[in-house]
Design a binder for this molecule. Structure first.
Ligand code: TRP
Ligand code: SF4
Length: 335
């Protein structure tokens, strides 16, 4: 008996730094569970990194290795999912070129992410052709695999919408070639950063998957708590405290978590002790991630092998799609 064809899921990450607990509880654990049910493709979007990091492109290669180690640490399984590198599958570039021919400039100029990044990242010159074309490259990533589902956060919905518009336009102009991919909306992560704001590299408030237990202890020690709780005798509000969120996620004993909450409100527990208890459970709860991550990095050639294998599998599918694309457009097909 042949296995019924599983629907395809695809998503990508730009290799611009270490992954942290926000990524783990936002996207990654969701990806890990999607592996059971779908034919999953997860790729390192190194060309996309280049659209904004072209002046410091030298760091991208090292980031790719670390990113894949983070993925394996989180539990992505190269036996179940295809893990690959965008720039190793040239079909993305060919499709990008062809889709570029049919994408109206207005769609790209109106893209809210484009405007926002232009305004916020004034230190970088993002007035490039490549940066404007970012969503066309993203559409190519998705359509090259005729993916059905794309797990992304809300910030990526405009890009998904442009992808769907490009797919419709291609299907209309030439022939029906692409399914319209659906966003699988990732619920936003409930983990706040060490300063109580959203966990983000740009705020410098992250707890990273690569952090050692001692680094985690040091970071948690200086972590923000309820800002209203200035002295040990002041009652606190666990609901506004990022330490308490991590108790909820990592404490194995739910009754004890409730008790800590009550003790906080009654000023019966101090923040120093509360943090000490939390961080040890956080360390235990993320031990497996660190172990898998370190094991992947320690085995010579392992990450390279995983990617070689994934690149090959990805290329096979993308090249099949590109045959269909060339035929639909009327371009010469490969011999
Ligand atoms: N733009 C995405 C991000 O910044 C990364 C990405 C590139 C992507 N290509 C993709 C995500 C294709 C999903 C599908 O997070
Ligand atoms: Fe947060 Fe714990 Fe301090 Fe309460 S006691 S404010 S939950 S760290």
């Amino acid at each position: 008996m042949t296995e019924p064809q599983r629907e395809r899921v695809l998503s990508g990450t730009r290799p611009t730094g270490r992954l942290h607990l926000g990524h783990l509880h936002g996207a990654l654990l969701n990806w890990v569970s999607l592996q059971q049910q779908y034919d999953c493709f997860f790729f390192v979007a190194d060309w996309h990194a280049l659209t904004s990091e072209y002046e410091t492109s030298g760091v991208i290669a090292a980031n790719v290795r670390e990113l894949v180690a983070d993925w394996l640490g989180a539990g992505l399984d190269p036996e179940r999912a295809t893990l690959f590198v965008q720039s190793k599958v040239k079909e993305h570039a060919e499709l990008f070129l062809i889709l570029g021919m049919i994408t109206p400039l207005g769609w790209l100029e109106r893209n809210p992410t484009y405007k926002e990044m232009q305004e916020n990242l004034t230190a970088k010159d993002l007035s490039t052709f490549g940066f404007l074309g970012y969503p066309v490259l993203q559409a190519s990533d998705i359509l090259a695999y005729r993916a059905h589902h794309v797990p992304v956060g809300v910030d990526q919905l405009p890009h998904l919408e442009i992808t769907r518009e490009i797919a419709r336009r291609f299907n209309f102009l030439f022939r029906n070639t692409f399914p319209e991919p659906q966003a699988l909306l990732t619920k936003s992560s409930k983990v706040a950063g060490t300063d109580g704001r959203k966990m983000s590299k740009s705020y410098g408030n992250t707890l990273d998957l690569a952090d050692t237990p001692d680094t985690l202890r040091a970071k948690v020690k200086t972590m923000f708590t309820d800002p209203q709780r200035k002295r040990r005798n002041d009652p606190g509000d666990p609901e506004v405290c990022p330490v308490y969120q991590l108790h909820r996620l990592y404490h194995p004993d739910a009754e004890r978590v409730a008790e800590i909450g009550a003790d906080c409100r009654a000023a019966k527990i101090g923040c120093v002790d509360c943090k000490k208890e939390m961080v040890e459970h956080l360390i235990t709860g993320t031990e497996a991630v660190r172990e898998r991550r370190a094991a992947a990095l320690a085995r010579p050639g392992y990450i390279e092998d995983v990617l070689d294998h994934g690149n090959l599998r990805a290329r096979a599918i993308a090249s099949h799609t590109l045959d269909a694309v060339r035929a639909a457009v009327g371009l010469p097909t490969e011999p």
